[in-house]
Design a protein around this ligand. Structure first.
Ligand code: FAD
Length: 519
């Protein structure tokens, strides 16, 4: 009863603020066993995100205790004459307000009102794990490891929610081999924009399944995902080698990802890379294992302060593996590459520590007050045929020698991405992720300010447009529907049709700014 009264209070507030014409007595028919609140602490935390570039306050926040809570809330919004918006929030690690709304309710998917042990179920026989959509990947890993298993495809950072990364793609150095995280899902429970709870997979309700994967939260809220698992390795050989020649670097990256169909002993398990324009914590927070004791000074390798490129690869192995065999496998692969001799850095570490490496860097940045700052990130998929032009125009052109954050660059195989999913990638067999992961600092240096970095991002996008480099934004951000139509290209009619089918009132994830709500 107390919960119902609280709910009534919150919804009445919602009605008064957005001027809805709901009949309050109807609200007693909405069954919510979680917690719907207008508490200012909840509102504040749901108003911001990792980007710190934009903020908008929701009218109320739902901490669901089950899928039914979410379904009942959406049904209310869908059926009421004027409606209100609803956005799922995973861990709020978006950059541009994608999980925010000012005209409705935020569903905090990491709700304390859920009994997590009840929700996470590992099937050792079928090699999958069923998880709640708001679960963090770090917790998924901890649970599956108890069974000697782990997911196959990762993000570099594990404090992201399953629903949040599946709404985008979820990529890291395993994507060339296993595909993105959205290619490693067997089944989901989704609450659509009509409030229907639908189980979907490749065979059951496939249209909803493919819509939601990479669907930017537009077609439904993922409450359960069945993720593919493999026997977990225990150890990782982590290797970095440097290049001063960009074509040698990309040639080797492309060669290594072309081995994806080879037996595991004849390929690496993870392939990434990054651009080194300058050194320092803020620039290399993802790459802190260049040992300070290493006699090779990185800058001494670049010809006259030129840009350097670092190839980052790993080989996984199990406890008890003959290390000589690993040495031989690694050596056989490395000898086919053209990196700068004597530029190799290598370390062996537990698999979990490797997967959780960015969190270690996060703690360092937090301790220096460099984590809670604005992040004008730009993530682009660049077609392979134009990556050389991108290097000349951006790495050696637009960017000065202060980038204010790491720049990742690594290729992926398009055939690991299912075209039926909602995400868009360039129209070539191989494309690169270029991730400019920048932190704006207010320390008196003009090149590190939010304005300077945001202007640079605009220049990069304008350069790609003028040079006809057909990039696609990853974690996209646009402000007009025309830009979204360009982003989706040939896929736009399908996206539109899916929206009309699964969220006809356009109430879900309005922070993406793709569709205007119909009220
Ligand atoms: P949120 O920001 O909370 O939500 C993102 C969008 O998804 C919103 O539109 C929201 O409404 C929607 N959404 C959230 N939960 C659900 C759900 N259950 N069902 C339906 N829609 C939902 N990405 C990579 O691919 N690889 C990386 O290596 C990587 N590293 C990162 C490192 C850091 C430090 C950060 C900040 C981000 C990184 N990202 C990476 C980006 C990240 O994948 C996205 O920002 C993702 O959206 C974050 O997940 P979240 O749970 O915080 O989502």
């Amino acid at each position: 009863m107390a919960t119902k009264l609280l709910l009534l209070f919150a919804i009445c507030r919602l009605i008064s603020i957005v001027g809805l014409t709901l009949n309050p007595t109807d609200l007693f028919h909405v069954e919510i066993t979680g917690h719907l609140t207008t508490n200012h602490v909840d509102i504040k935390s749901a108003s911001t995100d990792f980007g710190k570039l934009t903020s908008s306050s929701p009218i109320a926040v739902l901490h669901p205790s089950s899928t039914s809570d979410i379904s009942n809330l959406i049904k209310l919004a869908y059926k009421s004459p004027n409606g209100f918006t609803i956005s799922a929030r995973g861990h709020g690690h978006s950059i541009n307000g994608q999980s925010q709304t000012s005209t409705g309710v935020i569903v905090q998917m990491m709700s304390a009102h859920l009994s997590k042990t009840r929700l996470t179920v590992v099937s050792q026989k079928m090699m999958y794990v069923d998880v709640w959509g708001g679960e963090l990947w770090i917790d998924v890993l901890k649970t599956t490891l108890k069974f000697g298993l782990s997911p196959k495809s990762w993000t570099d950072y594990l404090y992201l929610s399953v629903g949040g990364t599946l709404s985008n793609g979820g990529i890291s150095g395993q994507a060339f081999n296993h595909g993105p995280q959205i290619s490693n899902v067997y089944e989901m429970d989704v609450v659509t924009g009509r409030g229907d709870v639908v189980t979907c997979s490749m065979d059951q309700n496939p249209e909803l399944f493919y819509s939601v994967l990479g669907g930017l939260g537009q077609f439904g809220i993922i409450t359960r995902a069945r993720i593919a698992l493999e026997p977990s390795p225990q150890m990782v050989r982590w290797i970095r080698v440097l290049y001063s020649n960009f074509s040698a670097f990309t040639h080797d990256q492309e060669y290594l990802i072309s081995l994806h169909d080879q037996p595991q002993s004849q390929k690496f398990d993870y392939i990434e890379g990054f651009v080194i324009v300058d050194e320092g914590l803020i620039n290399n927070w993802r790459s802190s294992f260049f040992s300070p004791n290493n006699p090779v000074k990185i800058t001494s390798l670049g010809a006259g302060g030129n840009v350097l490129y670092c190839l980052e690869i790993t080989k996984n192995y199990h406890d008890g593996t003959d290390l000589e065999a690993i040495d031989q496998e690694v050596e056989a692969l490395l000898k086919r590459l053209n990196y700068i001799p004597a530029s190799m850095f290598t370390t062996d570490l537990p698999y979990v520590d490797f997967l959780d490496r960015v969190h270690t860097a996060e703690l360092k940045l937090r301790s220096k007050g460099l984590w809670e700052v604005p992040h004008p990130w730009l993530n682009l998929f660049v077609p392979k045929s134009r990556i050389g032009d991108f290097d000349k125009g951006v790495f050696k052109g637009i960017l000065g020698n202060k980038t204010s954050g790491p720049i990742l660059i690594y290729p992926m195989n398009k055939n690991k991405w299912d075209e039926r999913m909602s995400v868009v990638t360039p129209n070539e067999d191989v494309f690169y992720l270029v991730a400019l992961l920048r932190s704006a600092l207010d320390n008196g240096e003009e090149t590190l300010t939010l304005k300077h970095l945001s202007d640079e991002n605009r220049k990069i996008l304008a350069f790609c447009k003028e040079s006809k480099i057909e990039v696609k934004q990853y974690l996209p951000h646009y402000t007009t529907q025309k830009e979204w139509m360009d982003h989706y290209g040939d896929k736009w009619p399908q996206i539109y049709k899916r929206k009309m089918e699964f969220d006809p009132r356009r109430i879900l994830a309005t922070g993406q700014r793709i569709f205007e709500p119909s009220f």
